[in-house]
Design a protein. Structure first.
Length: 255
């Protein structure tokens, strides 16, 4: 319990295959996936996790059949009626390209964000209409726009830039991080992917540079508290080096 990751990110994979193997419509798998979200959210709160980021719907998912997309958007609406946020004192946040999300869903997302803004036990972050390449591209566009505005109007002090000109070396990792959707939280220490696939799928590519990765065969609807404990135990068994040698880590620990 002294080494619980403060931020866990999850790629919730396997809903469709879970349903197909049972002769059910894929939408039934997504419904069961919501139940798994409730279980894992409650358990993460109990364990003391501070941020839980869930890959809910990627920008690539817009290419799925229209009826499945509509069902997923409807499921987002109904799942936000759940009082799990208030019961567990969980704050709700959304990251992603919300311009593509239907207005009725966007309104409900905003309402839930506002309704839970004072909750502080944990923050659940839903990556909806999200992809890392979109996020980084969007960050670069914002930086270019602000620099152009600064050059055109040098008397203005913008939110992330000082007056007095702009230099290429002013673009640092810290600056780029400020323009990402995730600028309000730390990078994940642990990334979990369910469903047996061994890839990242365009998810938090910048943020997981030094995250510990955990893959399991369990489909997301079946993922439970014990599976979460296994993932955390795997994380706790690893030595996080951040590019350092074992000798450097030992010397640092001795200090």
């Amino acid at each position: 319990m002294t080494r619980i990751p403060q931020h866990i990110a999850i790629i919730m994979d396997g809903n469709g295959r879970w349903a197909t193997e049972r002769g059910l419509d894929r939408s039934e798998g997504h419904k069961e996936g919501v139940e798994a979200v409730r279980r894992i959210t409650s358990e993460c709160t109990r364990l003391g996790v501070k941020y839980l980021t869930l890959y809910t719907f990627s920008t690539e998912n817009w290419n799925r059949p229209a009826d499945e997309v509509a069902a997923l958007m409807g499921l987002v609406l109904t799942s936000l009626e759940d009082e799990i946020f208030m019961t567990n004192n969980v704050r709700f946040r959304v990251i992603g390209d919300r311009s593509r999300i239907p207005d009725v869903v966007n309104r409900k997302l905003s309402e839930t964000e506002e309704h839970t803004a004072q909750n502080d036990a944990m923050t659940m972050v839903v990556a909806l209409s999200y992809s890392s390449r979109w996020e980084i591209t969007n960050a670069v566009r914002q930086i270019v726009t602000e620099v152009h505005d600064l050059e055109e109007n040098p008397w203005r002090v913008l939110k992330n830039w000082k007056t007095g000109g702009f230099r290429a070396e002013d673009i640092t990792e810290e600056v780029i991080s400020k323009y990402l959707c995730t600028n309000f939280m730390p990078d994940p220490e642990l990334l979990i992917r369910t469903g047996g696939e061994l890839r990242i799928s365009n998810y938090l590519l910048w943020q997981i540079a030094y995250s510990e990765l955990y893959f399991c065969d369990t489909y997301w609807p079946d993922f439970n508290e014990e599976d979460l404990h296994r993932a955390i135990a795997s994380y706790q068994s690893r030595q996080r080096r951040f590019g350092k040698t074992e000798a450097q880590i030992e010397a640092q620990n001795e200090e």
